[in-house]
Design a protein around this ligand. Structure first.
Ligand code: TRP
Length: 463
């Protein structure tokens, strides 16, 4: 994707390119699909509050640490640790990242494939509304219709596999052919359009009769649900924060290695975090009023938005034309995230194992392809993979902040964060305090309690 001529390492073209690529990686199904359903399963406002605290206090320092590692080493996660901590075991943290990428990439691309199913089906629905009887259906009947469609689609064998493979090929094609000319140019236009569409959706959703309750659910912290399983819920908030920000598995070490030396890393991290969190909350604003207005269960699970969104669209003038546009753009938002995952594996294969980019891409696609097909075939595998970010990403993030806090020279991180003195960084002591103490202790503590409570729910006998 980012290869320069003459074998020299390439970088993002300018400040806008950096932000577009990073926001592209961060904003995706994590915001639109995963965020609403984990908020829904975990009781709403209380979860959102914890989530936002984690994003700010832990997410920002982890993201900056990944940038520091990547930009100072100019390599993939494994090579980066080998270079800046030679002769140590730290490169295993990079390895952990590469392994996590395989798993996340696989189930993520499966869900991305669902968007294509909805794009194609919307065309059918738009062309034959009478056949499906949309005009005569009330919201309850519409909910039933889309819910049935989701069930029959995901339980089928071939269509989920076909859409998964199509998504995979699209991602591979873009990674091989270069992002600068393709995806960067596209994102500039399509991302803002997607945001406008999302805002229109919010307008429709909040003005639905009975929608107000959704706003209360999303914003009013009610800790009753939380008290039932506080540590599991806290760990899920942490996992979702890492997932949504694309941190904890070296994606941003890899992207960090493409950021030019003069760019301001802290400013970049903050912009990405603010953008990503805003989009997640906007998605929540679009979903929850509708969920309550249509009487859908907010704790429905991974199918939540796929059952809710089409009903909102049917309640808009123009009907499913909106659904068609929305799912198409969502597919695009997903691709800017999948390429950031594939890029990690490709950078690893090509830099550590000396493969050509093309060979590395094809090999990664074939191996992830197997895992993905397993995910489409078995809802247990899918569920297991989908739960894994909650554990793997905080673990990766823990080692990353410990490394920067305790094993990376203070003046080196200062040099990197200030771009060799071009920026005044009065916050450096605060940053060091966060990465030395706050973030590692918080992650370790929450991780231990969360794992304990997950184990207890799985094997009640142990409690
Ligand atoms: N953050 C992306 C989303 O919200 C998904 C993603 C891309 C990701 N790269 C990642 C998640 C790396 C974890 C780690 O859709």
């Amino acid at each position: 994707m980012l290869q320069g001529g003459n074998g020299e390492r390439d970088s993002f073209s300018n400040k806008f390119g950096v932000l577009a690529a990073l926001a592209g990686s961060a904003i995706g199904l994590g915001n639109i699909w995963r965020f609403p359903y984990v908020v829904g399963q975990n009781g709403g406002g209380a979860f959102l509050l914890i989530y936002v605290i984690f994003v700010a206090a832990i997410g920002i320092p982890v993201m900056m640490s990944e940038f520091v590692i990547g930009r100072s080493a100019q390599l993939n996660p494994v090579g980066a640790f080998k270079k800046i901590a030679p002769g140590t075991k730290w490169h295993l943290v990079g390895m952990l990242g590469v392994v996590s990428v395989f798993i996340i990439f696989a189930f993520y691309t499966v869900v991305a494939g669902w968007t294509l199913e909805y794009v194609v089906q919307s065309i059918r629905w738009i062309l034959n509304p009478e056949k499906f009887g949309f005009a005569s259906m009330d919201n309850a009947a519409l909910t039933q219709f889309f819910s049935n469609h989701y069930e029959s689609f995901t339980s089928g064998l071939w269509r989920p596999i076909i859409w998964f493979v199509v998504m995979m090929l699209l991602t591979g094609y873009i990674v091989i052919s270069g992002v600068k000319n393709g995806i960067e140019k596209f994102s500039k236009i399509l991302m803002p359009v997607f945001l406008v569409l999302l805002l229109i959706l919010v307008l429709r959703s909040v003005t639905l009769e009975g929608g107000r309750q959704g706003l209360v659910f999303l914003f009013k912290p009610d800790f009753t649900h939380f008290k039932e399983a506080p540590f599991r819920i806290i760990l899920e908030a942490l996992g979702q924060a890492f997932f949504s920000l694309s941190i904890g598995m070296g994606t941003l070490i890899t992207y960090g290695s493409y950021i030019r030396k003069k760019e301001n890393l802290a400013g970049t991290a903050i912009s990405v975090v603010v953008a990503d969190t805003s989009v997640a909350i906007i998605a929540g604003l679009a979903i929850f009023p509708a969920v309550f207005a249509f009487g859908i269960d907010p704790g429905e699970g991974p199918e939540l938005v796929y059952k809710t969104l089409p009903v909102i669209f049917q309640n808009m003038p123009g009907g499913l034309i909106w659904a068609f546009m929305f799912f198409l753009l969502l597919c695009f938002a997903a691709i800017t995230s999948t390429i950031s995952m594939l890029e990690v594996i490709v950078a690893y294969f090509s830099e550590q194992l000396n493969m050509s980019r093309k060979k590395a891409t094809i090999l990664s696609m074939i191996s992830v392809g197997f895992l993905g097909i397993l995910c489409t075939a078995s809802s247990d595998v899918f569920g297991f993979f989908n739960a894994s970010p909650d554990l793997m990403l905080p673990l990766g993030g823990f080692f990353i902040v410990v490394f920067i806090g305790w094993f990376f020279a203070r003046d080196k991180s200062k040099k990197e964060l200030s771009s060799e003195g071009s920026y005044k960084i009065r916050y450096h002591s605060l940053f060091m305090f966060l990465v030395k103490f706050v973030a590692p202790l918080a992650i370790a503590f929450l991780f231990a309690l969360g794992v304990y409570s997950k184990v207890i729910t799985l094997f009640p006998g142990l409690g």
